[in-house]
Design a binder for this molecule. Structure first.
Ligand SMILES: Nc1ncnc2c1ncn2[C@@H]1O[C@H](COP(=O)(O)OP(=O)(O)O)[C@@H](O)[C@H]1O
Ligand SMILES: CC(=O)N[C@@H](CCC(=O)OP(=O)(O)O)C(=O)O
Length: 333
């Protein structure tokens, strides 16, 4: 026999048994009902999540991320994860006494560094993310951009003061073969991708994970690119103010690009590439907030920074929205 807890005690006795028990669960039903339009919108759609190394810091955050991924998958979303691992690579290089620097947000990659990047991203971080997701069932399959030539890279430099500077074995994605990822998605799996790529010249290249995630999102025709990082979103005047830009269109972002620094350069380049390549939304979220992905996809909360393509200037399309700035607590400034 199953006994239902009489959570409302006396209220239940005085007000009748059914009414009091139902009230206790009401807030939960509101959350579920709020998710309904979002479930309808994204069911069957492809979402690419970029999981940044800075968003993997605590076990609780990693566990919440895995729960979000599995929730999306079970809600009928085709979800592919592209992970970073910058801090993990740096920690390993430090342990080995190998110095490492960043130029324009990209790691200067010598052949020795490249070996360690490949080892950490493919052999360590990729395995960790796959394991986290698979605590919930046989969903995740780990891949590197080298597998079945998923990503083909071309050596690229970094732009410093308008000049291109050589940074070694760093690649930009020039071609994506999405068939393997698509086959996994078709069979209900969650592809988890490390961003090492084969070069056009047959070499091995270090590809920034934001760049790779955007290229994959375009090739898959994704409905959304979600980028998890270690800040609330794109700050309007970083590091002087903590005002987050809640939404901006591609051309507005293009105009901001020369003023960006550090890891935001490849991240915003990637968001731009995604929306200009046909992905309707690229969303930068705070990966330090547990369940940031669920919050963004299934609730009406506007969090982080949303990048959208420029609106078409026709009679039936609205004009491109002006950049909107929110205060850290989310109210419109
Ligand atoms: N305008 C800006 N808004 C937010 N963060 C910025 C901005 N400009 C530079 N940054 C820096 O970019 C960092 C995010 O990039 P990165 O460290 O590469 O993250 P991830 O590991 O998630 O890819 C932030 O922690 C911040 O230090
Ligand atoms: C060229 C380049 O910078 N590659 C990155 C690849 C990992 C990455 O992008 O990790 P996050 O997303 O955690 O920053 C690196 O070597 O750190």
């Amino acid at each position: 026999m199953t006994v239902v807890n009489d959570v409302d005690g006396a209220a239940g006795r005085t007000g009748g048994p059914s009414g009091a028990r139902g009230h206790a669960a009401l807030p939960k039903t509101r959350v579920l009902v709020e998710a309904l339009p979002w479930l309808a919108r994204f069911h069957g759609a492809t979402v690419v999540i970029k999981y940044g190394g800075n968003a993997m810091t605590t076990p609780a955050l990693r566990e919440a991320f895995a729960e979000d991924v599995v929730f999306l998958r079970l809600a009928g979303i085709r979800v592919a994860v592209v992970h970073g691992g910058g801090p993990q690579i740096t920690a390993h290089l430090n342990r080995l006494g190998v110095e490492s620097t960043f130029t324009g947000g990209l790691r200067v990659t010598t052949p020795e560094t490249m070996e360690i990047v490949r080892m950490v991203l493919v052999g360590q971080v990729n395995r960790d993310v796959v394991g986290l997701v698979n605590n919930h069932g046989p969903f995740a399959v780990g891949l590197s951009g080298e597998d079945a030539n998923m990503f083909t890279a071309r050596r690229r430099g970094a732009i410093v003061d308008g000049e291109e500077v050589d940074i070694g074995l760093v690649g930009d994605v020039v071609e994506v073969a999405p068939e393997t990822v698509n086959a996994l998605l078709d069979s209900g799996k969650v592809p988890v991708v490390a961003t090492v790529a084969r070069g056009e010249d047959g070499g091995v290249y270090n590809v920034n994970a934001d760049t790779a995630a955007a290229s994959l999102a375009v090739a898959l025709g994704a409905a959304k690119l979600v980028v998890l990082t270690d800040v609330e979103g794109l700050y309007a005047d970083w590091p002087n103010s903590d005002e987050v830009i809640s939404e901006l269109a591609a051309t507005e972002l293009e105009a901001m690009m020369p003023s960006l620094t550090a890891g935001m350069i490849p991240k915003m380049e990637a968001c731009l590439r995604a929306v200009q390549g046909g992905v309707p939304q690229a969303h930068v979220l705070d990966g330090r907030v547990p369940h940031a992905v669920l919050l963004e996809i299934f609730t009406d909360e506007g969090v982080g920074t949303l990048i959208t393509p420029d609106a078409k200037h026709s009679d039936d399309a609205p004009a491109a929205p002006a950049a909107t700035v929110t205060s850290p607590i989310g109210g419109l400034a």
